[in-house]
Design a protein around this ligand. Structure first.
Ligand SMILES: NC(=O)c1ccc[n+]([C@@H]2O[C@H](COP(=O)([O-])OP(=O)(O)OC[C@H]3O[C@@H](n4cnc5c(N)ncnc54)[C@H](OP(=O)(O)O)[C@@H]3O)[C@@H](O)[C@H]2O)c1
Length: 299
């Protein structure tokens, strides 16, 4: 078996990759730093001798690099497991060359391009896609404007400028859940399942590192104190379980918290809204609205 895990050089993704490797699954780590990729690969090789550990460097905040990564992975040995885990919280003024916020590109557009592309390559094969999202209860308060991926009016992200980068991050996590539904529905006639997972509120990760002062602001505003939170080991549990457990064989189009299926807000799961976001996203990344995902159901 072979798995790819994005954002596997730190935090939750690094633990997920190691768990899969310990189960005998060959893993491909995706990250943006050669140094962190090789350090993580070395650690996993020592923890799981005999398993193949490879690395792919790609900055997921750069769509050209995401497209190139998708092509490389599509041309390589077929995947059984794809875990979309990478995410960041960037300052609002950090945008790519086309003016899209880096947070939107890395957290949502990158998984859209990568998973959609890999689904086309793998659609005659049995595979599990797992998208790491965030807390569906909190995200009920964050309905996505499905026509606006550019976020050019920061005041729409709330009154406090210091919290807006995190509000944008929250929007992208809801978009990830909507991607989970939209892709799963399009893959119903294939043997690819798509599930989503909230890992829990987890400490000792680097999620807020790119926005100076944000961790302190979250602490002051919401009492979020990363020092007292569960470790990435806990956060890795549900995503790794969704990727490997026989208990969820064939389960698709479902969001999980602590290994339990949970509902998401109506504005997240609504089919018409998911379709509209899917099509708007296709336009933004320059792909046809509806790709052909070949059946029949694979083995
Ligand atoms: N921590 C929490 O409380 C929490 C709560 C809800 C959901 N989540 C979700 O859990 C997932 C993992 O988060 P985490 O807390 O483990 O964060 P983390 O420690 O910052 O790990 C994020 C990973 O993504 C990679 N990454 C970030 N930006 C990237 C880019 N532009 N290109 C390629 N790779 C990139 C990072 O690589 P580098 O090593 O290069 O930085 C790192 O390996 C995310 O999807 C997050 O939204 C976390």
């Amino acid at each position: 078996m072979r798995a790819v895990i994005t954002g596997s050089t730190n935090g939750i993704g690094a633990v997920v990759a190691e768990r899969l490797a310990r189960e005998g699954i060959d893993v491909t780590l995706v990250g943006r730093s050669d140094q962190r990729l090789s350090a993580t690969a070395e650690r996993i090789r020592s923890a799981a001798p005999g398993v193949e550990v490879s690395t792919e460097r790609a900055d997921l905040a750069d769509l050209d690099q995401v497209r190139a990564l998708t092509e490389r992975l599509s041309a390589a040995e077929p995947l059984d497991i794809v875990i979309s885990n990478a995410a960041l919280v960037a300052p609002l003024d950090e945008r790519d060359a086309s003016g899209l916020p880096r947070t939107v590109v890395a957290n949502y557009l990158a998984p859209y391009v990568l998973l959609r592309g890999l689904a086309q390559t793998l659609s005659e094969r049995r595979a599990r896609f797992v998208i790491v999202g965030a807390d569906p209860v909190v995200l009920e308060q964050v309905p996505v404007d499905v026509d606006d991926l550019r976020f050019e009016q920061p005041e729409r992200l709330g009154p406090d400028p210091e919290l807006r980068p995190f509000a944008l991050y929250a929007h992208t996590k809801n978009m990830d859940a909507m991607l989970m539904y939209a892709l799963a529905r399009r893959l119903r006639d294939t043997a690819i399942t798509v599930t989503g997972a909230h890992p829990g509120v987890i400490g000792q990760t680097g999620l807020t590192d790119e926005t100076p002062g944000l961790a302190e602001k979250l602490h002051a505003s919401y009492g979020i104190d990363t020092a007292t939170m569960p470790s990435p080991d806990v956060g890795a549990d549900t995503p790794a379980w969704l990727a490997t457990s026989s208990e969820v064989e064939g389960v698709t189009e479902t969001f999980f918290v602590d290994r339990h299926p949970v509902p998401t807000a109506d504005h997240v799961s609504d089919e018409a809204r998911c379709n509209r976001l899917w099509k708007r996203t296709a336009q933004v990344v320059g792909l046809p609205a509806e790709p052909a995902f070949a059946g029949p159901v694979g083995t």
